[in-house]
Design a protein around this ligand. Structure first.
Ligand SMILES: Nc1nc2c(ncn2[C@@H]2O[C@H](COP(=O)(O)OP(=O)(O)OP(=O)(O)O)[C@@H](O)[C@H]2O)c(=O)[nH]1
Ligand SMILES: [Mg+2]
Length: 358
């Protein structure tokens, strides 16, 4: 029979956590019509047996897969098996306190399509995290925010604790990539409103962490794959094309103003640099970042001012690299200039992407 809420919990060697987890979930969800589906990757520590022993007393069941196929794919396989109007995902190791579940339900019952238990909104946090883990977690979020602009509205992208209306995942082509199924759902799922609910990520008390270097590498591959799927590399290519058109505008106008207009060449240069900045901006606004353009005259001029500042700083950067590589390192000046252009292009792209078309 269909339940109101289906919780999907991926497990790999979590036997010691199953009993306390099920009890705490049951207490937190008293009064709710719910079920838990554990998706286990053939744990050899008795995880499946413990779930089976609880099934007469609690609404729990288990799907056992052969081989260790990964966390994200466990959630995707679980999704095919559940029919709740709301679907929740959480870890088995009690780092995600079940007492937060009612707050997530309230958000998704309201107007949110996805509710995320978040460490990075006011009231959230992490118990006992060392400096390195904090840096990795924050760094991973910054990378996603930088390269995948639609994620910028979410503070805790790394959370594995969230809930959504079942329509969000219906028909969504979710790819089973690594650990971060939320990232996939945000990109491929059908949603409008996202809410974040603060929670404290507790320290793992029982069992062992499965998070290692290979999951971090998988994360970077995942970001890369999403950038490819969502055509972010094409955006960069368009930005470079616009930049090349700006060189044409700059050179053409410099010649015209100096040779035909009779202006001193430095005056012509100043006019042509600013003109090419304006044509570059306009083309980028319509051609490179049409999805990130906010309507309104004020917004247009704010973006133009920001683009101007970034471009002038980029020019400074180009000159600095040119001077450094030529005069300090001793490189041939045309090669130094190529390096300067590459650095300035990257600077212009990333800062504009992050700030101008935020
Ligand atoms: N089915 C399945 N579950 C997995 C797999 N890897 C991890 N899990 C489960 O996914 C959840 C999160 O894994 P953890 O090892 O706790 O990862 P983490 O919470 O990011 O890292 P820690 O803070 O170090 O615990 C736990 O419930 C694990 O049992 C896997 O390959 N398959
Ligand atoms: Mg954990």
């Amino acid at each position: 029979m269909s339940k109101y809420l289906s919780l999907i919990i991926p497990t790999y060697h979590e036997q010691e956590n199953i009993m306390p987890l099920v009890k705490r979930v049951h207490q937190a969800l008293s009064g709710y019509d719910y079920e838990i589906l554990f998706v286990d990757d053939d744990s050899q520590d008795g995880t499946a047996e413990t779930v089976a022993s609880l099934s007469p007393d609690y609404p729990v069941r288990i799907m056992v897969r052969k081989g260790k196929k990964g966390l994200a794919s466990a959630v995707i396989d679980g999704l095919k098996e559940v029919s709740g109007q709301l679907v929740g995902v959480m870890d088995a190791d009690l780092q995600h306190p079940p007492e937060v579940l009612p707050a997530l339900i309230e958000k998704v019952r309201g107007d949110a399509d996805i509710a995320i238990a978040s460490r990075y909104v006011a009231g959230g946090g992490c118990e006992e995290w060392g400096l390195l883990r904090k840096i990795i977690s924050r760094g991973a979020i910054i990378i996603a925010h930088l390269f995948l602009p639609s994620t910028r509205q979410v503070s805790d992208l790394m959370s594995g604790f969230f809930m959504f209306k079942k329509e969000v995942a219906e028909g969504a082509a979710l790819k089973p990539f690594g650990y971060k199924i939320l990232l996939e759902l945000l990109y491929e799922g059908h949603h409008q409103k996202i809410a974040e609910v603060p929670f404290c990520f507790e320290a793992r008390k029982l069992g062992q962490s499965k998070l290692g270097l290979s999951q971090q590498v998988d994360y970077l591959k995942h970001i890369f794959d999403l950038m490819r799927r969502k055509k972010e590399f094409l955006r960069f290519f368009k930005f470079c094309l616009v930049g090349a058109s700006g060189v044409g505008v700059n050179m053409g106008l410099l010649w015209l103003l100096t040779e035909v207009g009779g202006l001193f060449y430095l005056v012509s240069a100043a006019i042509s640099i600013e003109t090419s900045i304006i044509t570059n901006f306009t083309l980028n606004d319509y051609f490179t970042f049409p999805d990130r353009r906010r309507r309104g005259r004020r917004q247009f001029f704010t973006r133009l001012a920001k683009f101007n500042l970034v471009s002038l700083a980029g020019l400074g950067l180009n000159m600095t690299v040119l001077w450094f590589l030529t005069s300090v390192v001793g490189l041939y000046y045309l090669l130094s200039n190529l390096c300067g252009i590459a650095v300035a292009t990257l600077w212009n792209y990333l800062v504009n992407f992050w700030w101008t078309w935020k």
